[in-house]
Design a protein around this ligand. Structure first.
Ligand SMILES: [Zn+2]
Length: 1003
């Protein structure tokens, strides 16, 4: 075949010119083979899962087959030649079979730090997050002169290289790969030792902490099959035709912005990604070029139909010129706020999506990235800018500016040796009580705020975020003593809560921490007060910073916080009281996160007044999550990120790059652009959903996040938070909005806003809050309680709350240690009346056939189980296999308490909630029913009125299309209009594609 022949000749020319070039080099350099796995002794030199294999090799006939597993995630050797002085590169090859990308890490130790890693544990060379392994052979080259230690304090001594370690980094274990031809080279490598390689094989070159990843030849010289080449031409042709059609449509005044998005994906698919090592192969190019050809053809035909008039524009007053479909955003500075939104020049709610990107072209679709700044005013500088800040000078000069008693992450105040980036690796961990720091911060604010706030697009200023702070200096201790004095008046009252015998507050020593958590045996009552104090003083400090900014600029909306710590074990050491920050500091609420909507719903719920919610650094694990976040009330987003180039520091940064990542196919990029336009076009409809009040609330107990056994403070989650999350998920797919209610809100009497309160394993709660819950039930509210709730007060003292509800727990069965992993294993047992270890296998509950509760079916438990008795005339809803009551409904005045003695597995819990929602009369104007049966797990639907319009949205979180029948309680529905695509649907049956969100209007 003609094409085939030309192709192979071309390839021969490239190869032969490489040889010619190699031969023309003055002399062949030196090579020292460290291990090419040709000798049977080779495998013995290595520790870890290494075997010789003949399956693959880049040199000789053998290689090492390496298998990494959890607990055995590295291989290493100390038996290689040690003098590396006469060489300037370390080379080796890795082959992987897996389609998914993996990242390997490399460590090299010299004589000084061979075993321990030196005094700081980082006295070795390390390449972590820099060696991306794709399917096929990957060639790695490490420049040796010099080889800088990870501590950045010295170069390794190449005379004595003692140990080489290769490990898995950000990969799913087990991971199997082949390793071959590990060697040192100086100058041009001779052919006898060089690896066999294909032109398209990726080559990673590591040099001083930076890397480049390319292929063996320039991208255009990588062989391409005739079929892919033909597809490339077709894609190019379709892109050109679309571009011409857009020009013609614009001449006619037709709207083209939605079709223009296909030109962005065609540039990415034809010009940018084919130049990247992980995309420049026939398989990926086939996929990309097919998408470009198809999407450009589709976009062109849409416009052609408009040009011809076969697709009619909406009828309009023909004496008026219509306005653009997506109105340009006004200048962002000074936009007024009303309720949950910034308002545009027509007083409509604004939906703002910008990209963390230097691209001007993309601002056709996105808002300006200048929409916000992080002013770093909390610490008076960032890890980059602190060196020019008066804070750095003060830190150098005054010892009282240094943090005391904390050995964990510095919380961006300001940097420690583990901080990424910045000029040098150095500890600058500041104390915020020091008058010298405060003076310097004040000066920083006075110098910088006028400059920062001159930005004409500035919507809001973040004082700083991802914050945490704790300090044990003398000033902190004095402030703690004063705080205690104010709280308790007399020390005896505190002694009573803490079971101590202090003579004065001045004697009280805050419980110390080691390895970021309180010591084992810490007095948990005293710790609780210390953690509360630390939150108060840090919030007060943030408010002081706010007041300094306000002296200079009375208007620009401000915000701060550390939203992620609300949902982690560490809250007690972060000083972050998100609820106080949201209510006392924030003009705009801050939230970071692009996956579950839980955190964002919680942030909104904390606020007593409606405020806009912004995400300054939204990382989309998956593009499908963007629109649900807007529908839940996020309205200002900056997406992280669309950089000009792929990263040379960490592959993880490239993995999150919307332009370059192997994670986002072109269809996802196209989808993202469409969503960015849709949220602006459908701004009023989207805003309608966040204005609907919720009738169900989950108890967010700050006490339960602070009153923890010491070891839990370093856990990612706690039993309470895990149950909170399960409750959120179990209630998410029941077609009703569910929110959170806090202890402070309950104290203010907020419970009467809700028809149902869900209590997710809130073990400790203040007595006054419990009283309010009990009062709410007696006045007609409904409360659903699951274990282990209501066992103690905020000082971890046993409380009689359950007895007051009429419940007596006879026995508590916990899963066997190890049965459910570390989290359950460490669960504190201080209040349990009787504790035995039950079999970790989940139990099936039998329904008791109570009226109204028949549809719950069989329920499965998962976790703690209580055998309990109850007083009064309780209705039994489900029983354990031995017949004891498992779930009961008890009257409480005018209301009801539902008590479940066991934690339920998520789907069972959802079925129980479905019934309880119905019994409680939760308003659900539309219900989704799966056509053909089955529960609608992963289908989130919500209804909202907008004036006289009736809207609902459906998010399909599942990986399959969902066929749904829409049941409307209100009236007969004749047809539906899907507002994103403009499609009319007769009847009430809809299909929502996998991972998609649709918004409908009912008629
Ligand atoms: Zn301090």
């Amino acid at each position: 075949m003609r094409t085939g022949k030309r192709f192979s000749i071309g390839r021969w020319l490239v190869l032969s010119s490489l040889w010619l070039w190699a031969a023309s080099q003055a002399q062949v350099g030196r090579t020292l083979v460290l291990d090419d796995f040709e000798s049977t002794d080779s495998a013995k030199k290595w520790e870890g899962g290494v075997q010789l294999s003949q399956e693959r090799s880049t040199h000789g006939t053998h290689s090492a087959l390496v298998r990494l597993e959890p607990g055995h995630s590295q291989i290493s050797t100390t038996k290689l030649p040690q003098d590396w002085r006469n060489y300037n590169r370390l080379l080796f090859d890795i082959y992987c079979d897996s389609e998914t990308m993996s990242v390997a890490a490399l460590r090299i130790y010299d004589s000084i730090g061979a075993d321990s890693g030196g005094p700081n544990g980082d006295d070795y060379y390390e390449a972590r997050g820099k060696i991306l392994i794709q399917k096929g052979w990957n060639h790695v080259e490490v420049k040796l002169q010099p080889l800088r230690a990870a501590s950045d304090e010295r170069d390794l001594s190449l005379e004595h290289i003692r140990r080489l370690v290769i490990s898995a980094d950000r990969t799913r274990l087990p991971w199997t790969f082949y390793l071959d031809n590990v060697r040192l080279v100086a100058g041009q490598e001779g052919r006898e030792t060089a690896s066999r390689a294909q032109l398209q094989d990726p080559v990673t070159v590591l040099e001083n902490g930076r890397f480049t990843m390319r292929q063996g030849v320039r991208a255009e010289d990588v062989p391409e099959s005739a079929a892919v080449n033909a597809l490339r031409k077709e894609a190019q042709k379709q892109a050109d035709l679309l571009r011409e059609t857009i020009r013609a449509a614009q001449l006619q005044g037709l709207e083209t912005i939605y079709q223009e998005r296909h030109l962005v994906t065609s540039d990415i698919g034809l010009q940018i990604r084919p130049r990247l090592a992980w995309y420049n192969n026939d398989e990926k190019k086939h996929e990309m070029f097919s998408y470009v050809a198809e999407s450009c053809r589709r976009g062109r035909r849409e416009l052609e139909d408009k040009i011809q008039g076969s697709d009619r524009l909406p009828e309009a007053d023909d004496t008026q010129v219509s306005e653009p479909l997506i109105r340009p955003l006004p200048r962002l500075k000074g936009r007024p706020i009303s309720g949950s939104y910034f308002l545009d020049d027509r007083n409509e709610p604004m939906m703002i999506v910008s990209l963390h990107s230097p691209s001007q072209v993309l601002q056709r679709f996105f808002a300006t990235p200048y929409q916000h700044i992080e002013s770093y005013t909390v610490g008076g500088g960032s890890r980059w800018s602190v060196y020019d800040s008066p804070v750095y000078a003060a830190f150098q000069k005054w010892p009282d500016t240094h943090r005391v008693g904390w050995d964990g992450w510095c919380g961006h105040l300001i940097r420690d040796v583990n901080s990424m980036a910045g000029k040098k690796r150095e500890n600058i961990v500041i104390c915020l009580e020091s008058p010298h720091i405060k003076e310097a911060v004040k000066e920083y604010i006075q110098t910088n705020i006028p400059k920062f706030h001159a930005n004409p697009e500035l919507l809001y200023d973040i004082e700083a975020y991802e914050l945490m702070y704790i300090c044990y200096c003398e000033r902190s201790q004095r402030m703690f003593h004063e705080w205690l004095g104010k709280k308790y008046g007399a020390v005896e009252r505190a002694n009573e809560k803490w079971s101590t015998s202090y003579k004065s507050f001045g004697e009280v020593v805050p419980p110390p921490v080691k390895d970021s958590k309180p010591l084992p045996g810490t007095n948990r009552a005293l710790w609780y007060d210390w953690a509360r104090f630390n939150q108060d003083r840090f919030t007060d400090y943030l408010l002081w910073v706010r007041s300094l900014i306000r002296e200079i600029d009375p208007k620009t909306p401000l915000t701060a916080g550390g939203s992620s710590s609300m949902l982690a074990g560490r809250t007690g050491t972060t000083g972050i009281d998100e609820e106080r920050i949201v209510n006392e500091l924030d003009d705009v609420i801050l939230h970071e996160g692009g996956e579950s909507t839980l955190g964002l719903d919680l942030q909104l719920a904390l606020s007593e007044k409606k405020k806009p919610l912004a995400d300054p650094e939204m990382y989309l694990d998956s593009v499908q999550h963007l629109l649900p976040h807007f529908l839940h009330g996020k309205s200002v987003v900056q997406l992280f990120h669309w950089p000009a180039q792929p990263s040379s520091e960490l592959h993880a940064l490239t993995a999150s790059s919307l332009a370059h990542s192997w994670k986002y196919p072109l269809a996802d990029v196209g989808d993202l652009l469409r969503t960015a336009l849709d949220v602006r076009r459908l701004n009023q409809e989207i805003a309608a959903f966040s204005n609907v009040p919720a009738e169900v609330a989950i108890l967010y107990s700050q006490t339960a996040t602070l009153q923890l056994p010491p070891e839990m403070l370093t856990w990612q989650t706690t039993p309470y938070l895990a149950e909170l999350e399960k409750t959120y998920t179990a209630s998410q797919y029941l077609d009703a909005k569910v929110t959170f209610v806090t202890e402070r809100q309950i104290s203010k009497g907020w419970l009467n806003r809700y028809k149902l309160l869900l209590v997710p394993g809130v073990r400790n709660i203040p007595g006054a809050v419990f009283d309010k819950i009990s009062e709410y039930a007696s006045q007609g509210g409904r409360v659903l309680v699951v274990p282990e709730s209501f066992l103690g007060d905020e000082y971890n003292r046993s409380a009689d709350y359950l007895a007051r509800l009429g419940i007596t727990v006879r026995e508590t069965q916990r899963p066997k240690p190890g049965g459910l992993g570390a989290m359950v294993q460490g669960y504190d047992q201080s209040f349990s009346q009787a504790a035995t270890f039950a079999d970790s296998a989940p139990q099936q509950l039998m329904t008791a056939g109570a009226e109204g509760f028949e549809p719950i079916g069989e329920l499965k438990t998962g976790g703690v189980r209580q055998i309990f008795e109850m007083k009064g005339n309780a209705k039994i809803l489900a029983r354990y296999t031995h017949g004891e009551p498992a779930i009961v409904q008890m009257p409480a005045g005018k209301g009801l308490i539902y008590y479940s003695g066991s934690l339920l597995e998520e789907r069972s819990y959802a079925r129980l909630l479905e019934t309880v929602f119905r019994e409680a009369g939760i308003t659900r104007p539309v219900r989704m029913r799966m056509v053909g049966g089955g529960d609608s797990r992963n289908i989130e639907a919500r209804f909202a009125p907008l004036g006289s319009r009736k809207l609902f949205y459906v998010v399909n979180y599942s990986p399959a299309p969902a066929r749904l029948a829409v049941d409307s309680a209100a009236a007969r529905v004749s047809h539906l209009l899907e507002l994103r695509g403009g499609k009319e649907i007769r009847g009430v049956e809809i299909t929502v594609p996998a991972h998609q969100t649709a918004i409908y209007e009912m008629f």
